[in-house]
Design a protein around this ligand. Structure first.
Ligand SMILES: *[C@@H]1O[C@H](CO)[C@@H](O)[C@H](O)[C@H]1NC(C)=O
Ligand SMILES: *[C@@H]1O[C@H](CO)[C@@H](O)[C@H](O)[C@H]1NC(C)=O
Ligand SMILES: *[C@@H]1O[C@H](CO)[C@@H](O)[C@H](O)[C@H]1NC(C)=O
Ligand SMILES: *[C@@H]1O[C@H](CO)[C@@H](O)[C@H](O)[C@H]1NC(C)=O
Length: 507
């Protein structure tokens, strides 16, 4: 184990004094099975959970022990014998309690279970830490938080509550939710997860920007023409349309995930690397961003194609739905650094492939300069699949030729970093909660600033029933897309196909 890992362990130990009860609310659900439990298991296996940890799953379903174990192990990767041993130990520290979300009786029983375990392990004051992980739909969110605060809140250790999006549907509902939650838990106790902030490449943005001197002077309107932040999903709503229809692609992934990525790319250098400095810097940036107008957006909705169903073929979706499943939205930052630089956020379901990337397109060589017309430089940070950073630049064609060709400086993690295990975002984030580090979580005023940017557009779409443009399932998006982004200066050079990582230079 490396020294920085030991440091992380030491921070957990210092915060938790060696013990914690982790209560997973909504333990029988999808999120818990797919994300929460695998993250907890990996943290256990790698030695990051406090020595005395107890995990209690709580939900309304009446599950037998066997059913519970089946659900929480369904997504674990158990390969070696040592994994099997870890799993045995892990299961031994977890229990399931069934209960209602709106009844004090149920919560009191849960509290009794937690206390009984704390007694049994002989925990001292300072060790009776309770971490509430809300893997729950928004409809029961506040009810549960209220029940927990009233009945299960500990008085002899830390209480921390982890909450997941959606944080409201617009500025008003988000403000209300923040106010209600704020009456139950302090901002210090609340950890709002945006799992994009736990992703390896997203966490790398700070390092890339501020540890590399050469990038500093380039990082502005002086050199940068436009920035594209893209999230593509290859699948549709697949029966989950009922939930999605209320939220649409903008609320689902843009107001939160893509905006967080944007914040890290565009913010000024924070005063320090501590959580409050970073979040101060993001909030300051967001307050300089103009609310998005309908003019600066292109909305789409997928239709059936190649045997794949359209959005409105989903039985859970209203037949006259105008819900965008695709959007390209342009943000403008009103400060000197980003004067006239469009930040183009693009997200969609049922597109041609799966990827999340940040593409920074630099300005052209000036007219009349030696290499006029050279292909634009691009710095690309691929968040997924497969972390990579590459820089598109112009090089002399090696050999006797004096022509220039476009090529890449390529840092593909899988090729460069041997024995790399990139932990899942949730793993990093739960570790942060145990360490008491808020850096990669969303602060309440950040949420407020974020909603201010999107709410007018969202209200306009709903009020005026703005019709999205159709696009076929599996395509790149509406046919209007290329023209739309060209309007913001994006150049797509079809004559410079992206060849990567090996290219032939013979001739
Ligand atoms: C839960 O399931 C068990 C076994 O199937 C059954 O005996 C018990 O009555 C059920 N409890 C509730 C509250 O439904
Ligand atoms: C489960 O944990 C208890 C208490 O730590 C221990 O006595 C018991 O041996 C463990 N059982 C297994 C199967 O690991
Ligand atoms: C939107 O764009 C159109 C055409 O470019 C322009 O005429 C109109 O004034 C714009 N509206 C706003 C609110 O900016
Ligand atoms: C390449 O060589 C030719 C012939 O000497 C010359 O005319 C041209 O300017 C050179 N191009 C570059 C980019 O150096």
């Amino acid at each position: 184990m490396s020294t920085d890992q030991q440091e992380l362990q030491a921070q957990v130990a210092e915060q938790m004094h060696g013990a914690a009860t982790i209560i997973v609310l909504g333990a029988s659900g999808d999120l818990a099975g797919k994300k929460t439990y695998p993250a907890l298991f990996n943290l256990y296996r790698t030695g990051f959970l406090p020595k005395d940890t107890h995990i209690i799953g709580y939900a309304r379903s009446n599950l037998s022990r066997d059913d519970y174990v089946k659900r929480i192990t369904a997504h674990l990767k158990i390969q070696s014998d040592s994994d099997k041993q870890y799993l045995k130990e892990f299961l031994n520290m977890t229990d399931y309690t069934e209960g209602q979300y709106d009844q004090d009786e149920s919560w009191k029983k849960l509290c009794k279970d937690v206390s009984a375990w704390e007694e049994k392990r002989g925990l001292q004051k300072g060790q009776k830490n309770r971490l509430f992980y809300m893997a729950l739909p928004p409809s029961v969110f506040l009810t549960v938080a209220t029940g927990l605060r009233k009945n299960v809140y500990g008085t002899e250790g830390h209480n921390r509550i982890v909450v997941e999006k959606p944080f409201g549907k617009d500025l008003e509902s988000s403000t209300q939710l923040a106010k209600d939650l704020g009456q139950l838990f302090t901002e210090e106790e609340i950890y709002r997860i945006d799992h994009y902030l736990g992703k390896e490449m997203v966490k790398n943005i700070m390092t890339l920007r501020f540890a590399n001197m050469f990038l500093g002077p380039m990082w502005s309107a002086e050199s940068i023409d436009n920035v594209q932040i893209t999230l593509k999903e290859p699948f549709g709503t697949e029966g989950r349309g009922g939930y999605f229809d209320e939220f649409n692609i903008i609320r689902d992934v843009m107001q939160n995930h893509l905006l967080q990525v944007f914040s890290l790319v565009a913010m000024e250098k924070p005063a320090g690397t501590d959580p409050e400095s970073i979040r101060d810097s993001k909030v300051k940036l967001l307050r300089h961003v103009k609310p998005i107008t309908l003019n600066d957006s292109l909305l789409g909705q997928y239709i059936a194609s190649n045997g794949k169903p359209g959005y409105k073929d989903d039985d859970t979706v209203p037949k006259d739905s105008i819900c965008p499943t695709f959007a390209t939205l342009v943000l403008w930052v009103e400060n000197e650094r980003w004067k006239k630089v469009p930040f183009i956020l693009k997200a969609g379901k049922a597109l041609d492939n799966q990827k999340v990337e940040i593409r920074i397109q630099f300005k052209e060589t000036p007219k009349g300069s030696l290499y006029e017309g050279a292909v634009r430089n691009e710095l690309v940070l691929r968040v997924q699949p497969g972390e990579a950073i590459y820089f598109k630049f112009n090089n002399k064609n090696p050999g006797l030729s004096n022509k220039s060709i476009t090529t890449d400086l390529d840092l593909t993690y899988a090729d460069r970093y041997k024995d790399m295990r990139v932990p899942d975002a949730y793993e990093c984030l739960i570790l942060d909660v145990l360490r008491g580090d808020h850096s990669h979580f969303v602060r309440d005023d950040e949420l407020d600033a974020a909603w201010r940017i999107f709410t007018p557009l969202l209200h306009t779409i709903d009020r005026d029933r703005v019709q999205p443009k159709p696009y076929p399932y599996g395509s790149r998006g509406p046919k209007e897309l290329d023209k739309f982004v060209e309007g913001y200066g994006v150049v797509r050079r079809a004559d410079v196909p992206y060849q990567w990582p090996v290219q032939s230079v013979a001739k």
